[in-house]
Structure formats: C-alpha cells, structure tokens
Design a protein around this ligand. Sequence first.
Ligand code: GAL
Length: 409
Amino acid sequence: MKRLAVILIAALLSVSQAQKLEIFSWWAGDEGPALEALVKLYKQQNPGTEVVNATVTGGSGVNARAVLKTRMLGGDPPDSFQVHAGQELIGTWVAAERMEDLSSLFEEEGLNEAFPESLLTLISTDNGTWSVPVNVHRSNVMWYVPAKLKEWGVSAPTSWDEFLQLCPTLQDKGVTPLVVAEPWTQQHLWESVALAVLGPDNYEALWSGELAFDSEEATAVWDTFGKIMDCTNDDAAGLSWQQATDRVVNGEAAFNIMGDWAAGYMTTTLGLEPETGFGWAASPGTDGNFILLADSFGLPVGAPDQDATMAWLKLVGSKEGQDTFNPLKGSISPRLDSDPSIYNAYSKSAYEDYKNDRQVGSLVHGAVANETFMSEFANVLEGYLSSGDAAQAGAAAQELATRTGIGAS
Ligand code: GAL
C-alpha cells in the first residue's frame, strides 16, 4: 500500500514536472545564436521543462508573423512569441485582446524600475503591461568596410546628397554603391531616408497623424528614395539581409543600411572585429537620432503552459538573461542596471547613442505602426518602384494610414 502511494506520488510529480514551453520567433539559422544561448540558460534553470524553439525563417519576421496570425486566429497560440514593442504589439494583439496583462510580473520582478520610461510606454496601455523587452536594436545604421573605402578613395557619406555624389564614382569602379535585399530591407532603407528628409519632428508627426503622407514634405521622401534606389543592385529581391551584408563584407558593395543585428551577424557568425572588420555610422542625415526598436516576448491568451511561460518571461527580462542574449545579438540591454563593459566596440557606441540621441520609433520593426500598415506598406513601396510616381505613393500611403488608423490612438 505504502509502495503504491510512493509510486503514485512519483508519477504525479513527474506529470507536474512535464511542462512544455513553445517559444515562437524568426530567429533561425544565422540569427539563432543569441536566442539559443537564452534557451540554454532557461533549460539549466528549468530542467523539468521541455523547450520547443519554434522558428520561421525570414528577416524582420515577414514570414513568422503570417504563421503567427494563422495560429492566433485559429486558437493555437504558442506559449510565447517574439513581437516588437510598440504598435505591432499594442495596435495589433493587445487591440484584439489576445494578450495577457503582465503587470504583476513587472511588479514582482521590479521591471517597472529596471526599464526606462520610454520603453515601458511602448509596451503598456492604461489597462496593463503586455510584453517583456529583451533588447533594443538600432535601425538607422550604415555599414561598410573601412579598408575597402580607403581602397576606393571614398569616405562614409554623412548626407544622402553626398552619397548621390559618390554613387557614379563607385559604379565606375564596378562597385554597388548601396546594397539592398528582399522588399522589407527596402522599407528599412525608406524609414532611414524618411528620417533624414523629414527630420525627427516631422518623422514623428507622420505616425501621430499630424503630418499627412501625401503632404509635400512626405512626398519629398519618395523622390530622394527613388534616387538612392538607382544606386542599388538590381537583384535585390532574391537576397536575404545576411547576403546583402556579405556583399559589403566581400567588397562587392560599398554600403548597406541595416539594423544592428548586422553587427551581431558580422561578429557572432562571421567572426569579424568591429572597427577593423567593419565600420559603421548613422545612416546619412540621421546623426544624433536613434531609430529604435525592441524585441519582446509576451503571453498570449490561451497559452498552453502559463507556468513555464512565466519562468521564460522572468528570464527574458532579467539582467542575467539580457547579458547572455544581447552581446551575441548585436543589440543592447535596455535595463538601467546593465553593464556596457560586456559589449564590443560597436555595441558600446550604440549604448552611448541610445543614451544621448533623440529616439524615434521604427516603422518596419513595429514600433510606430500596426501589423496591417507594416505589411501593406510593402505594396506602396512596390507601387512606387514600378511607377516612380512620388505623388501616387504619397496618396497610397495616406489611404493606408487612414484605413489602418495610424495616428488615431
Ligand atoms: C527585426 C528584429 C531583429 C532582427 C531583424 C532581422 O525585426 O527586431 O531582432 O531579427 O528583424 O530579422
């Protein structure tokens, strides 16, 4: 009898320990090492939980977000998923009442004091706090290889005018002046160009609804964008952001505008040293401004294993978790108690800029625009590239902004 009780208790215990955590993200392959390190730490801390690291490849989450939508709407949410702080979270999943409020976790773990106010604003509404940020990435960075620029006799341009002057010089040498890749990377370029052309006040006014996309100021962004696109490679559609970065690294292209996950790729995957292996500068015309985005994880309504997920979210927001993740990812920890000395030269400089620059939010990476605007903006951009008509693009963007409620909240 006693033996039976012992067996029963043991069985019960093992059932209660057999927790499962499914984490959903687009950090696969080359983009995987930082998440894998965090998952490893989670497993050490939670040996009884089976972790499913579910990934859908594709930069900036273009493919993952589509799969996520199907799963969420089909009542099959993962336990936790990667989502950008800002409107991708608030204007999409929170608005649809698909997320659990994490206010108690934030209180218990002291996260309201650990994160800067500006970031808390991006993940909160009056009714709650909806995800845990794991990092801060910078979008408006221009990458190059210092030795190559020297060889070609050019230096990193500080304005788009300067870049457009360099463009024929580089083309004459058989070098692509600026490499772009699949469509979202062109939208990524667009937001940096928009900031340069509009300046930070007007850039923000686009997202608050105070400046129309079909205004003269906003239409001018397309004109500059078009001239820049004339200095890019014509096989963009088939390239991933990593392949675009490779072209800079191997000297086929002079510059690339990409978020600082490119630094993570060049250091963690390619083994290059910042400053010698690659150089960087704010994308032309945006010095002193930091286009910010933050990856975060939340708890969807109906997540199968809430206990395992809460342990995950705790780790995601912790100093230990962030110090494990960020140096590999090319991002920085937004925690106020984080220690910049653990980072490489690039990320140290990003830290300084994060502290001192004017911060504005990224479009393509979900800070300022909801999911529908983000995905349909691709059509506006494609339309512009085939017609070259800035006024038409401005009108299409404004129609989209009105329809998707940009600036309405
Ligand atoms: C961003 C994301 C980054 C990085 C990048 C490229 O949207 O925030 O962490 O994954 O896409 O895929």
